[in-house]
Design a protein around this ligand. Structure first.
Ligand code: NAD
Length: 399
């Protein structure tokens, strides 16, 4: 007797609605890959146009273009870039899967509500990034890379002076001094880009391990004498309040020598540490520029930085709140992000339908909720729920 063939999941992509967001979760080549795997793909009309990815290219790749509601109602899997607005969360139904940068630790109530309504959620932020199999799924890295690259360019545009040394018949320009605080993925890309633009660059981090990476890019390395903050998984550990105050004091003295400060310092699940204080801003020369990649509604690395906003201090220092700078490079950032989505879907839907394997370290980490249960340990802990006694049961998509 022949076996019934299970329908492959339909994948949906919407136009992102967050202010200033120009990325899209799938590009035409990634649609073609999914179609080749047997999936149907629904794309909201105009979803990619802000990244210069137009409906005709999606159609050519095998997608069906439709309205917002056609995509939501017709898809089994919704791929998004940013966490949805509340109205979209409410439209998701039992058995559907949503995958994206859902920022679960800052959207706990929304996640709890999705779990209650038996929606499955997958968050890139929870990927175990050091597992080599996970590297093709690492959206935090692909987007941090784009943001770091843009940070150096945005800073250069705002600076209004040459970055390299220029010796001309009309005079000599000294090279700009750039410091990048936080030398993870975004910071290293900012250093590499600022170096290519001709600046003299310094990298600063509390993790001593980043010295070699910074120096290999031809930049000077500076670290804190107060705290050696290496935590778990290559991330920084949170500093105590007194360590942070001492670090601010020490940094303030060092920072007044720089023309451009790019900050990318983050500690997972925490508010970013303030590293550029009012005293530091007051000590900078007029015309200096701070680009704050840590900037968010919860605060940033530069005191008073406002997300997605450029301000100028009374002393003439430009402060750019740039917490979502990858959205400023929408073509490349979407291309890389789409590859991450395709890789994650290949792992979670090995035969075309959702099959969460509780024994798989990647699945265990990135699946936030499934089968009506919050499964990610870190999210359970943030919601003050007891740890799960046994791994969540294997999940299949409702068809
Ligand atoms: P992140 O975005 O969490 O933080 C950015 C940087 O800020 C980090 O380098 C961190 O040490 C630094 N920082 C935090 N608090 C600070 C403070 N008070 N002062 C100065 N600097 C501070 O980091 P990320 O870019 O996501 O990378 C984190 C780590 O993960 C790095 O070690 C990176 O190499 C590693 N990583 C590994 C892989 C892999 O193995 N495939 C992939 C991605 C990242």
């Amino acid at each position: 007797m022949g076996q019934a063939v299970q329908k492959q999941a339909t994948i949906g992509v919407l136009r992102e609605t967050a202010e200033g967001e120009r990325r899209v979760a799938l590009d035409p080549p990634s649609v073609a890959t999914l179609v080749k795997r047997g999936h149907a793909v629904l794309v909201e009309a105009g979803a990619g146009c802000q990244a210069n990815l137009f409906d005709a290219a999606y159609e050519l790749a095998g997608a069906t273009i439709g309205s917002h509601s056609l995509v939501i109602e017709g898809c089994d899997v919704l791929a998004v870039v940013r966490a949805p607005v509340p109205t979209l969360y409410k439209k998701l139904r039992a058995g559907q899967l949503i995958v994206g940068l859902l920022d679960p630790l800052n959207n706990l109530q929304e996640i709890a509500d999705l779990a209650r309504r038996r929606v499955t959620a997958v968050a890139f932020e929870l990927l175990p990034r050091t597992v080599s199999r996970a590297q093709s799924m690492d959206a935090l890295s692909s987007q941090a890379s784009a943001a770091g690259y843009r940070a150096a360019i945005v800073a250069t545009e705002a600076y209004g002076r040459y970055l390299p040394m220029m010796i001309t018949a009309s005079g000599t320009a000294t090279p700009a001094k750039v410091i990048v605080i936080g030398t993870g993925v975004a910071g290293l890309q900012a250093i590499a880009t600022a170096r290519r633009l001709g600046a003299v660059v310094t990298g600063y981090d509390v993790r001593a391990a980043s010295r070699q990476e910074v120096e290999s890019l031809g930049a000077r390395f500076l670290t804190s004498s107060i705290a050696q903050g290496a935590g778990n998984g290559g991330y920084a550990a949170a500093l105590t309040a007194s360590e942070q105050a001492a670090q601010q004091e020490e940094l303030s003295d060092a920072l007044s020598a720089f023309d451009i400060i790019i900050t990318t310092a983050k500690v997972p699940g925490r508010t970013p540490p303030v590293l550029v204080t009012s005293r530091t801003l007051d000590s900078l020369r007029p015309g200096s520029v701070c680009v704050d990649l840590g900037s968010s509604d919860r605060g940033g690395n530069v005191v008073g930085s406002i997300p997605q906003t450029t301000t100028v201090t009374p002393g003439g220092v430009t402060v750019i709140g740039a917490g979502e700078l990858a959205a400023d490079l929408p073509g490349s950032a979407s291309q890389m992000y789409a590859r991450n989505v395709v890789a994650v879907l290949a792992s979670l839907l090995p035969n075309g339908t959702l099959a969460i394997d509780p024994a798989d370290e990647i699945h265990r980490s990135i699946v936030v909720c499934a089968d009506g249960e919050i499964t990610a340990a870190v999210v359970r802990s943030a919601l003050k729920l007891e740890p799960l006694a046994s791994p969540a049961p294997e999940t299949v998509l409702a068809s």
